[in-house]
Design a protein around this ligand. Sequence first.
Ligand SMILES: Cc1ncc(COP(=O)(O)O)c(C=O)c1O
Length: 437
Amino acid sequence: MSTDKFSTSRALQERLQRVVPGGAHTYAKGADQYPESIPGVMARGLGCHVWDVDGNEFIEYGMGLRSVTLGHAYAPVLAAVSESLALGNNFTRPSMLELECAERFLEIIDGADMVKFTKDGSTADTAALKLARAHTGRHHVAICSDQPFLSYDDWFISTTTMHGGIPERYLSESLRFTYNDASTLEALFQRHPGEIAAVFLEPARVAEPHATFLPEVQRLCREHGAVLVFDEMITGFRWHLGGAQKLYGVTPDLSTFGKALANGFALSALAGKREIMRLGSRERPEDSVFLLSTTHGAETPSLAASMRTMQVYRTEPVVEHLHRQGERLRKGLEQASARHGLERHFELFGRSCNLLFGTKGPDGKPSQPFRTLLLQEVMRRGVIMPSLVVSYSHTDQDIDRTVEIVDQALAVYARALNDGVDKHLIGRPTRTVFDRR
Ligand SMILES: Cc1ncc(COP(=O)(O)O)c(C=O)c1O
């Protein structure tokens, strides 16, 4: 009999590698992102707990790439989805839910006049760029260079190390500026007068915006006639119910949402000012933008999931819970890190509702082998933490148990700093999905 706790996962992972490029339908879920000794093909989830196909249980902090903010198999959302399924899920004309979901969304994101739903964040961002290009008659796009990912489409991926199959010319149209330094954006406008259609950024990611940064970005966009787009894929339904745009008091021309919008069901949104959005409306001769029009764009289960998710957010303290539990986790992990003298090697950063961690080796530089060792040690004890993202389902007990487990893993980390990571790490280190060019 096998003593390998992960033997079923291991066999399935090998089959996945054979038939799916990258071994998963999203690179960030692939085998090369996790320790070799702990393959993890998932069977089910409930709240913030997941079970792999071998029956191993984990508390998790990835939550479907940050999409599952309420919890896995969250009962009220499941009820709404099954009610909608019994009524059919895709029609020849728009359903009631298309209207109702749009109206509920616009009540929450109150700086937007219109919204169009689709399935992925990437698609919504690309549609925002298309609208901006049509609106301004320009081609270039200014992208915040400190933010790792906006879209898998060519205008963005051409700027990364995974640029195979994309003509070089795309790169010349995608310009980069620095977060919290509006002078770098101003320099782009000066170098490319009348050429920049859109400025794209996440309103916040790791660092908080300086008080003048977002207003200054908005002022520059207005002065130079570019469309300001906030990507709220992560900040939306996490920083504040009304999005980071509400929290920081800066309303962009367009903004995009996804992930938490439907608690992990496939729904994303492009929202914004009527003047720009209506270029996709077909009402006037100039409305010539073919804006987000796909067979599955408005299938009803995701809309039903989103409506119920938004209702939970409006009636329960979800955002407060995310911040509170994230803060509990941060405090516990900082204490654990200090107990092992690892303050300069295991670091936490980001807003408490969206914590990240960094791992550094003996030379004080970011280290993938040490990241892999930490993942290996926490996963074998029952925690998955590609990031440290909490959900509405993370209880005090879950957080405290996680702190205990990370504390034990950090003891191994501290030993590895002294006697070498290779002595403790089983298999190869993990890779990043990509770096920016
Ligand atoms: C900030 C941000 N924007 C856009 C995307 C793309 O979203 P999707 O994976 O739904 O296409 C992501 C995905 O991780 C993201 O983190």
